[in-house]
Every structure is written in structure tokens, then in C-alpha cells.
Write a protein that binds this ligand. Structure first.
Ligand code: NAD
Ligand code: SAH
Length: 415
């Protein structure tokens, strides 16, 4: 066993967090029971890079219960929780991560995972897969395949597949209905405001909230902003998404206009430079900026740091930047994912579904070892439906079922 973490003595606090998650993740609990008996991952080495907090830790324990040897790191320097990492090490899992790692430490931890001849790669954003291809090509022969958690990771995989450089099959977990319809929308919607509220302790009601991007995450964020009593403005580049936003009751305008009126700015586009120098200069005194999309590039932090007259930390995770004598704007969590860098990320019941898809997709890869010809693989429909059915039953809800007469009616127009 090998590890590189901050402090093993923190493990009791991490164990408590994981136990709370276990109690609130019935889907993963059911898989843990099944995997413990059937050991689908016996002899399989799993490399995993996902935000290292308690929900991810429980996924790791479920895979380990199924016989996997786990090699774990985080997927963002600010979302790793040191007590959770310690609890995993205490349970005998290999962990390489700590909170607030430097870029060099973050890369070293990714490499320490990949040095272990892993067979399954579970990635969030593509750091494991890209590093494996660029730094450890000799280790690719051990890989059966992998699973990608998020939208931006999938964009990176598609680019690799189009160039012909992706060397093994990757399951596109984010594209499963039981992932993005709930995780990206309801998970991001709630956890972004959890991060903003606990960090700023400011009122949202009556304020103008600008949401950049009206994809799955943006829809969730805008919906919750409205519920909190904000006036919501959406910025988009896609005309269809923009119409959806209008029909959902939101104002739509370019960022150059929105910059002048917003109190809160939340970027969820997966794009770079969504809020730039020109926008910073238009903003009202007291404007609060944060990001919930991939990477810290949606708000042009580099340029903001260069043009600010001065900067001063206001509270943990709030940095003030002075734009003129009497205008300060504030950025949360250094422009990194606000829900994870300044909060605990999505709620347990949401990650229960996302991670059930992850666990079953990893099992699918092991069961189909050597038989998958495509490089980009959709989550099998039966996996999505199985997760949906179990979730519904844990919610105590039941479906209707088609009668024979209804089946006949629905097929009656077939020629
Ligand atoms: P999506 O593709 O459904 O939506 C992105 C939207 O942004 C699209 O409608 C697109 O037209 C729009 N967009 C792109 N560039 C833009 C620009 N410059 N200005 C305005 N709008 C622009 O993607 P999604 O699933 O909503 O994910 C968005 C990002 O959030 C991704 O980077 C994803 O990886 C990340 N994500 C974060 C979390 C989290 O927990 N914080 C959860 C899920 C996904
Ligand atoms: N490395 C990237 C990762 C993108 S994060 C970055 O830090 O910029 C987006 C993913 O985080 C989502 O797809 C979501 O499934 C995942 N996520 C959200 N809350 C989480 C939580 N509590 N635990 C683990 N993963 C979480």
C-alpha cells in the first residue's frame, strides 16, 4: 500500500462524513452489497480522479468491496478534503492528494496513480486520460477502458478520438440520462448556491443574477436563482438555448450588457474567457463573480489579476479586486468550481445516481474486456434504466405499466 496525503490522524472526521453519505446513498449501498458477494472487480486495478470528498470516497469503497485495488487522486486542487483522504487510507486504499496542492503537486499525484499499471480509468475532466497518453504510453497496454464523468472531459475525449489518438474505450458517463439530467441540472443548481451562500452570507433575493450558459448546469442554476427571488439574466451563444431561456421567463443579453447590471455572475459554459477585461471594467461596485464550469478559465482570472489596482482577501474564498478608486469586484474560490472549492459539491442523493452509473459502467467494461471496438461508448440503455428504476423505488414511487391492450393500441398504426 502506498499513499501521499496530508495527515492520517484526520481520518475519524472523514469516516463520519463517509458514513453520512453511505446512509443517504441507497443505490450505492445496494451495489456495495452485490459487489461484495460477486466481486466483479477481483484482480482489477482502478485509477480514479474525481473531486476527493465523501461521496467520491464512498464510490471508491464500493468498488473496493467488489475486489478492485484502488489508486485515487482528486480532480481539482481545491476540492480535496484531507480528512476524507485520510479515512480512505485508513481503510487500506491508496490515495495521492491533498487540499490546495500546487500545480506541480497536483500533476505529481496524477502520475503517482498512473504508475500502478491500472486496468480501469475513472476520470473527471480528462486529466488521467490525457496524462496517461502523454506521459505513460507504455502503461496503456494494461488498460481495459475508462469512464468520464463530466461534459468538458467528454469534449476532450471526442477531440482525441477525432484525431485518432485515443487508445482505449471510454464510457461517456455524463451523457447518461441518469447523470446529466439530475447531476448537472439539480445538483449544480443547488450546490452552486450552497457554495455562494455559505461563502458570502449575502442575500440573493432582489439581486440580478447573471448566468452564463444555459446548458444543463445553467438551467439548474437559473431555476434555483429564480427560486431564491433573483432577477435572472442569461447569456448564451446558441440561439436555441437562448430561446429556451426566454420561454423559461429569463432575460437574455450579451455579457457586455449583462456586465453593467449584474450583482452575481455565475459561469457554467465549459468555455474560456466568458467574462473578460472589458466586462470587469463595466461592473458595479460589489459585483460577485464565480464559476461552476470546468477549470478556472471561464472568468479571465489572469487578466483580472493584471489589471486590478490592488487586491485584498475579504473572507475565506472571497478575493476582492479593486477596479478604480471606488469600485471593487469580488471573486469566489479563485474562479474555480464554486460548489466544490467552496462547498461539498452536489448532494449525496444526486451523486448516488451519478456514481451508480460510474460503478455499473466500470463493471460493463470489465465484463466486455477486449470486445469493445468503438473508442467512445454510450452508457448502455439497460444500465441507465436499471439506475432509474432502483432510484424510483428508493424514492418510494411506482410506475404504471402498459396493458396488453395499450401495447396493441400503440402498435396498431404500424404498417
Ligand atoms: P452544456 O453543453 O449542456 O452547456 C453549456 C452551455 O454553455 C451551452 O448551452 C453553450 O451554448 C453555452 N456556451 C458556451 N460558450 C459560451 C459563451 N462563451 N457564452 C455563453 N454561453 C456559452 O454543458 P453543461 O453540462 O451545462 O456543463 C457546463 C460546464 O460545467 C462544463 O464545463 C462541465 O464540465 C461543468 N460541470 C460542472 C459541474 C459542477 O459540479 N460544477 C457539474 C456538471 C458539469
Ligand atoms: N477537473 C474539473 C472537473 C469538472 S467538475 C474541474 O475541477 O474543473 C464537474 C463534475 O463534478 C460533475 O460532472 C459532477 O458530477 C462532479 N461533482 C459534483 N459534485 C460532486 C461531489 N460532491 N463529489 C464528486 N463529484 C462531484
Amino acid at each position: 500500500m502506498s499513499s501521499e496525503i496530508k495527515d492520517l490522524s484526520l481520518s475519524p472526521s472523514g469516516e463520519h462524513k463517509i458514513e453520512w453519505v453511505r446512509k443517504n446513498c441507497p443505490l450505492l449501498r445496494s451495489l456495495e452489497e452485490e459487489f461484495s458477494a460477486a466481486k466483479p472487480f477481483a484482480g482489477v486495478r482502478v485509477a480514479l480522479s474525481i473531486h476527493l470528498e465523501a461521496k467520491t470516497a464512498y464510490l471508491c469503497k464500493v468498488l473496493a468491496a467488489g475486489g478492485a485495488e484502488m489508486f485515487i487522486t482528486g480532480s481539482n486542487p481545491l476540492s480535496t478534503q484531507d480528512d476524507v483522504a485520510a479515512a480512505l487510507v485508513s481503510s487500506g486504499l491508496n490515495v495521492f492528494a491533498w487540499y490546495d496542492s500546487t500545480p506541480e503537486e497536483y500533476e505529481r499525484h496524477i502520475s503517482m496513480v498512473l504508475e500502478n499499471d491500472c486496468n480501469i480509468i475513472i476520470d473527471d475532466g480528462g486529466d488521467l486520460v490525457t496524462t496517461l497518453h502523454s506521459k505513460f504510453p507504455e502503461k496503456i497496454k494494461y488498460v481495459i477502458g475508462g469512464c468520464e464523468e463530466t461534459t468538458t472531459g467528454i469534449i476532450r475525449l471526442i477531440a482525441m478520438a477525432n484525431k485518432g489518438t485515443l487508445q482505449f474505450p471510454m464510457v461517456l458517463v455524463n451523457n447518461a440520462d441518469c447523470k446529466h439530467l439530475f447531476d448537472n441540472r439539480y445538483g449544480t443548481g443547488q450546490s452552486v448556491f450552497d457554495g455562494i451562500n455559505r461563502t458570502t452570507n449575502l442575500i440573493v433575493a432582489g439581486k440580478v443574477v447573471v448566468v452564463a450558459g444555459y446548458g444543463w448546469c445553467g438551467k439548474g442554476v437559473a431555476m434555483r436563482a429564480k427560486g431564491l427571488g433573483a432577477q435572472v439574466v442569461v447569456t448564451e451563444i446558441d440561439p436555441i438555448k437562448a430561446i429556451e431561456a426566454v420561454m423559461d421567463g429569463f432575460d437574455v443579453m450579451p455579457m457586455k450588457e449583462a456586465a453593467k447590471v449584474g450583482d452575481f455572475f455565475i459561469t457554467v459554459t465549459g468555455c474560456a474567457g466568458v467574462i473578460d477585461e472589458e466586462d470587469f471594467k463595466q461592473m458595479k461596485n460589489g459585483a460577485i463573480l464565480c464559476n461552476a464550469g470546468h477549470f478556472d478559465v471561464e472568468i479571465d482570472m489572469k487578466r483580472l489579476r493584471e489589471i486590478a489596482l490592488s487586491k485584498a482577501e475579504q473572507r475565506k474564498n472571497i478575493m476582492g479586486y479593486q477596479m478604480s478608486e471606488d469600485v471593487w469586484i469580488y471573486v469566489l474560490a479563485e474562479g474555480r468550481l464554486v460548489n466544490l472549492a467552496a462547498g461539498d459539491g452536489h448532494p449525496a442523493e444526486i451523486m448516488d445516481m451519478s456514481f451508480a452509473i460510474q460503478a455499473l459502467s466500470a463493471k460493463y467494461l470489465v465484463e466486455h474486456k477486449g470486445r469493445l471496438t468503438e473508442k467512445l461508448i454510450s452508457v448502455p440503455k439497460e444500465v441507465d434504466l436499471e439506475v432509474a428504476k432502483r432510484k424510483l423505488s428508493f424514492l418510494g414511487k411506482q410506475l404504471d405499466h402498459l396493458t396488453d391492450a395499450q401495447v396493441e393500441y400503440l402498435n396498431s398504426s404500424a404498417i
